[in-house]
Ligand binder design. Structure first.
Ligand code: HEC
Ligand code: HEC
Ligand code: HEC
Ligand code: HEC
Ligand code: HEC
Length: 191
């Protein structure tokens, strides 16, 4: 066995032991988590009422693993002129003037041993809303998806996959097996 392969097999064996343990002590999902943010930022006002595209602010989502959170400079593109008399906007302005980042509290967070690339999912034609819910109607964003391994697997196995996305993958000749949307090998998401 090559050295590289034995490292992979060793890693997988560890995962299997962990997996057995995990069924005894399951991780609880943070589904529904909606922490208080330093400034109440409404997706309904921005992405809903004012129809600002998600990617205006989450500009890395098609290019990288992460969607990213916008810097204060992005807010100031508009708020140098929009609603400047609001005390909330004055807080944004103050952070910007002081060169200080607004400390947004992270909502979604997979463990470090899980690999999740946004870019691959968007390339397959999935909408943000499939995983994040109707964010454009939310005054306060919350964790919509369970983000458990079962949640990922249900879709990769083709069970919860939106039908248009599955049809697109099947049109490519079902590279992952009949009816399946994406790979399900352990090393797809863990390495
Ligand atoms: C005007 C900028 C802006 C637009 C437009 C915007 N967002 Fe956001 N988004 C933010 C900011 C700022 C945060 C961090 C504060 C918060 O969580 O409310 C955030 C947080 C999020 C989070 C949670 C991040 C975490 O910590 O896990 C998700 C998911 C999200 N946005 C999805 C979307 C989707 C989907 C759309 C389009 C329907 C969208 N956003 C449009 C600025 C924006
Ligand atoms: C593309 C333009 C645009 C960007 C970028 C933008 N906003 Fe806004 N924002 C608006 C508009 C339009 C409103 C609604 C103004 C109104 O009610 O008259 C608004 C309203 C708000 C309000 C509500 C103010 C109040 O007192 O009602 C807050 C808070 C806010 N924005 C924060 C932010 C933050 C923080 C960012 C950066 C993460 C941001 N905005 C980025 C256009 C923008
Ligand atoms: C296939 C499901 C899925 C789709 C589709 C998806 N996301 Fe996510 N999103 C996730 C997961 C899972 C995480 C947690 C990632 C982590 O912790 O590494 C996440 C995290 C985020 C975050 C937090 C910051 C980050 O990058 O980790 C933002 C913001 C976000 N998503 C926005 C979006 C936007 C905007 C879209 C659409 C353009 C989108 N997502 C599409 C599953 C998805
Ligand atoms: C709603 C459906 C859906 C959910 C939920 C989902 N995925 Fe996916 N995933 C896909 C699709 C579709 C692809 C792209 C398959 C293709 O390009 O042929 C994909 C591709 C991937 C890839 C790239 C696979 C490769 O070919 O190398 C990884 C890694 C991945 N997903 C990890 C995850 C993880 C981790 C989660 C959970 C946190 C998750 N996915 C949740 C549908 C989903
Ligand atoms: C489509 C993506 C995906 C695939 C494929 C996948 N996993 Fe996971 N796995 C995850 C995610 C996401 C988590 C973290 C969330 C959780 O614990 O439910 C996780 C968690 C785990 C954990 C830790 C559980 C805990 O409670 O801390 C183990 C161990 C594990 N996976 C083993 C495996 C094994 C073994 C395989 C192959 C049979 C596998 N995984 C295939 C996405 C995946």
């Amino acid at each position: 066995m090559s050295k590289g392969l034995s490292v992979v097999v060793g890693g997988v064996a560890l995962l299997i032991v962990g997996y057995a343990l995990a069924t005894v002590v399951p991780r609880t999902s943070n589904q529904g988590y909606a922490p208080t943010q330093p400034i109440p930022f409404s997706h309904k006002i921005h992405a809903g009422d004012n129809k600002i595209p998600c990617q205006y602010c989450h500009s890395d989502v098609e290019k990288s693993r992460h969607a990213g959170i916008p810097s204060t400079a992005v807010c100031m593109n508009c708020h140098k002129v929009v609603k400047t008399t609001s005390p909330l906007i004055q807080q944004v302005r103050k952070a910007w003037d002081e060169g200080r980042a607004i400390e947004w509290v992270r909502i979604h967070e997979l463990p470090d041993f899980v690999y999740f690339p946004h870019k691959r999912h968007l390339a397959a034609g999935l909408a943000c809303q499939t995983c994040h819910g109707e964010v454009q109607t939310m005054d306060k964003v919350y964790q919509f998806g369970a983000l458990t391994m079962g949640w990922c697997m249900e879709c990769h196995r083709g069970r919860s996959t939106p039908s248009n996305v599955l049809a697109g993958i099947e049109a490519k000749g079902s590279p992952h097996g009949p009816g399946q949307a994406a790979p399900t090998q352990c090393t797809t998401c863990h390495y």
